[in-house]
Design a protein around this ligand. Structure first.
Ligand SMILES: NC(=O)C1=CN([C@@H]2O[C@H](COP(=O)(O)OP(=O)(O)OC[C@H]3O[C@@H](n4cnc5c(N)ncnc54)[C@H](OP(=O)(O)O)[C@@H]3O)[C@@H](O)[C@H]2O)C=CC1
Ligand SMILES: Nc1nc(=O)c2c([nH]1)NC[C@@H]1CN(c3ccc(C(=O)N[C@@H](CCC(=O)O)C(=O)O)cc3)C=[N+]21
Length: 281
């Protein structure tokens, strides 16, 4: 078994990114990423801090706008309009989930597709699914980079993605399909999930249930990608995959933490850089 070290890859890419950013700054453009966080979700706070740290390290303009939990939908939408119009920002990310009184759909539609570094706007989702991607969701994008870096040839492989969210499962399936995998998307209504998962050469798990995937879900030699971010009873961060049990039978596996998470942030930075570079065109 080989560990896919997402943290090390993210650190390596950060060095190369810094060089690219310095060159872009010389040409007169500093990439800018603004994150909007509504409310006090403690898990979100950690991710947002990590994003801020990596953005600053890359030499970006970076700002986190923290809004009260009871911020109105109208106020959030008008803030987004203001950020859309501000040339300083090439990437706008509104942290999900949002409080229940705010429509996620309306908010995602309001972000200019050109600044939608998450790739969640329907225009960007449509671009991805029609084979002409521009801004793409960073979690599956980071997974594709990890697969490539570790020499996994996706073409012709059987891939099973467990989870069908718009932010992870669905775009993941499309990116694997685009690289010629044969892809199945599984979810909470899927029958005989362990048997299905066991057909996978590449198994991606994004469900949000700690230690859900056990050894009986995994074909010996499979590549296992664990997207899950869960807390166990002691508050420790754990994935969706029961790592100790699955690692010995997998050929490659991502740990939690230190796997998919750091690469998600790296891809967000890369896309913000690309958006900034387009300002020169
Ligand atoms: N590392 C990173 O960068 C990121 C990590 N995450 C983490 O990944 C996990 C998934 O996130 P996200 O996609 O947003 O989650 P969602 O809650 O939006 O989606 C979960 C998906 O898992 C499916 N599911 C839930 N329970 C089961 C089950 N028992 N068997 C099979 N399928 C099941 C659901 O099925 P159905 O549709 O039928 O309800 C749904 O499609 C979370 O732990 C999240 O914290 C998320 C984003 C980034
Ligand atoms: N609009 C939006 N875009 C997102 O991309 C988005 C979001 N909303 N909402 C929440 C999820 C989750 N997410 C993570 C990002 C980084 C880590 C990460 O850095 N993880 C590290 C450390 C985690 C820790 O120590 O707590 C690791 O796995 O090693 C995790 C999870 C982005 N998300």
């Amino acid at each position: 078994m080989t560990l896919i070290d997402g943290k090390a890859l993210a650190d390596k890419m950060a060095v190369a990114l810094k060089t690219k950013v310095d060159a872009l700054k010389t040409a007169g453009v500093t990439p800018g990423l603004v994150v909007v966080l509504v409310g006090e979700n403690p898990a979100s706070q950690v991710y947002v801090r990590n994003k801020e740290r990596r953005a600053t390290a890359a030499g970006f303009n970076s700002e986190v706008i923290r809004l009260a939990e009871d911020t109105s939908e109208a106020d959030l939408l008008s803030l987004i309009d203001k950020l859309n119009a501000d040339e300083k920002w090439h990437g706008i990310l509104v942290q999900l989930p949002l409080p229940a009184h705010i429509s996620e759909e309306k908010v995602l539609l309001e972000i200019s597709p050109d600044k939608d570094v998450d790739g969640f706007h329907p225009i960007n989702m449509g671009r991805l699914w029609s084979g002409n991607p521009l801004m793409i969701p960073s979690t599956p994008a980071g997974i594709m980079v990890m697969l490539e870096e570790y020499g996994v040839d996706v073409s012709g492989k059987t891939a099973v993605v467990i989870g069908r969210s718009n932010i992870v499962g669905k775009p993941m399936a499309q990116m694997l399909l685009d690289k010629n995998a044969t892809v199945t998307i599984a979810h909470s209504k899927t029958k005989n999930l362990p048997e299905l998962a066991k057909t996978a050469d590449i198994l991606v798990v994004a469900i949000g249930r700690g230690n859900f995937v056990t050894a009986d879900f995994v074909k010996p030699g499979a590549v296992v990608i664990d997207v899950g971010m869960n807390r166990d009873d002691n508050g420790k961060l754990i994935g969706d995959v029961k790592f100790d049990e699955v690692a010995p039978i997998a050929s490659l596996i991502t740990p939690v933490p230190g796997g998919v998470g750091p690469m998600t942030i790296t891809m967000l930075m890369e896309q913000t850089y690309e958006a900034a570079k387009r300002q020169l065109d």
